[in-house]
Design a protein around this ligand. Structure first.
Ligand SMILES: [Fe+2]
Length: 389
């Protein structure tokens, strides 16, 4: 039970001494001064009393049979840190007096104490205690404020990050719409890229940067003229020249945005090949950013397992075999190993989870309820096939 101090109630003091006459004298004197006193003949009895209601102040003899005053002082520091302890020491025992101050007593008095010294020591101890309690209350309040502000800040950062992400998604959706595609492709490639990266033990901010790089990989196609980008037939060498500018264009677009520095590198390198046969810089091996090496595998998988106007989608098994065939030439063998590790079922599940999430998204339903329902049904249809494998 906590000791309740009010202006009207007298301050309680616990006097601990094995000598009954000392206890009684101090007790009577202090009661005359308006304090409410309780007494204990030993340290353990004092602790029993304090366990029921901790007093603001304890005056304790240093030398007592059994547990002594130092022991009691330490017990109070541990169990009732808000109680101030004043020690009574014998003459010539300065060393012990210094020792008890070091252990947390607020003051010490020589025995037998004079009344004026006693009252002064009590008032000093109580004032010190009040300041200490106020300091602790202030500290707690401050800590709570810091915690609240940190939470607010964290939430604001989260909102900003989400806003950035939504802006990027809108940008990519606009780009995909120009190519008459849904933005599913870019977002699936993000998921495959992240899954492979996790197998390669990449984590935290690295994963997010890789995801953004994968999402934005073709952002530079904004600079490719419609006549080239949307041409149904084969491209001429000059048109290929235009097309091949898109990694550079994308890189230039986003490189000056600080939080897109790594994604910009991935954008610039996403058409490179492990054997040096890619573009625009003909980088090879580890010269190519790991994010771009992972992306290359993810992009090929999604391209092969998705329908195109000029061909049907192939199976995940075929796509995996093709990726393995190109290990060491088009793709980094280490990345291919991590990719194979995910397995056909794991990859198919990623695609299925995305289709389910998309079909459930409110904007999909608001945009086209029938299409959303059809997508949802298709996703559900695919579910048992995965479970059976
Ligand atoms: Fe590209």
């Amino acid at each position: 039970m906590a000791f309740v101090e009010t202006l009207a109630a007298p301050t309680r003091i616990l006097i601990v001494d094995d000598d009954a006459s000392v206890r009684d004298v101090i007790s009577v004197l202090l009661q005359e001064e308006g304090y409410e006193c309780r007494t204990a003949a030993g340290a353990e009895e004092a602790l029993d009393i304090a366990a029921q209601e901790a007093p603001p102040l304890v005056i304790s003899d240093m030398k007592m049979p059994g547990r002594d005053g130092i022991w009691l002082l330490e017990a109070f520091r541990e169990r009732h840190p808000e109680t101030a302890v004043v020690m009574l020491t014998g003459y010539g025992d300065t060393e012990a007096a210094v020792d008890c101050l070091r252990r947390g007593a607020v003051d010490y008095l020589l025995k037998p104490p004079k009344l004026t010294d006693l009252i002064r020591a009590i008032e000093r101890a109580l004032a010190k205690r009040r300041i200490e309690l106020a300091r602790k209350r202030y500290q707690k309040k401050l800590e709570r404020k810091v915690r609240d502000r940190t939470a607010e800040l964290r939430s604001a950062f989260k909102d900003i990050a989400q806003t950035y992400q939504n802006t990027l998604l809108a940008l990519v959706a606009a780009l995909d719409a120009r190519e008459h595609e849904t933005s599913d492709h870019s977002q699936r490639v993000v998921k495959y890229t992240t899954a492979i990266a996790e197998r390669l033990s990449l984590q935290g901010p690295d994963l997010e940067e890789l995801g953004r790089g994968a999402l934005l990989h073709d952002i530079g196609k904004i600079g490719v003229p419609d006549a080239v980008l949307l041409k149904p037939g084969k491209l001429t060498p000059a048109e290929w020249g235009e097309m091949r500018k898109h990694p550079d264009t994308g890189h230039q677009m986003i490189q000056s945005i600080p939080f897109l520095a790594t994604p910009a590198t991935i954008v610039l390198s996403h058409q490179e090949r492990f054997d040096g046969g890619g573009y625009p810089r003909k980088l090879r091996g580890e010269e190519i950013h790991i994010g771009a090496r992972i992306f290359a595998v993810a992009d090929t998988l999604d391209a092969m397992t998705s329908d195109r106007p000029y061909r049907k989608a192939t199976s995940f098994e075929n796509a995996m075999a093709e990726v393995q065939r190109c290990s060491g030439s088009q793709f980094d063998p280490e990345v291919v190993r991590a990719f194979v590790d995910i397995g056909v079922d794991g990859l198919r599940k990623i695609r299925l989870d995305m289709a389910l999430a998309r079909a459930r998204a409110p904007q999909a339903i608001a945009g086209d309820a029938d299409e959303a329902e059809a997508k949802f049904d298709a996703a559900l249809d695919a579910l048992p096939k995965v479970a059976q494998r």
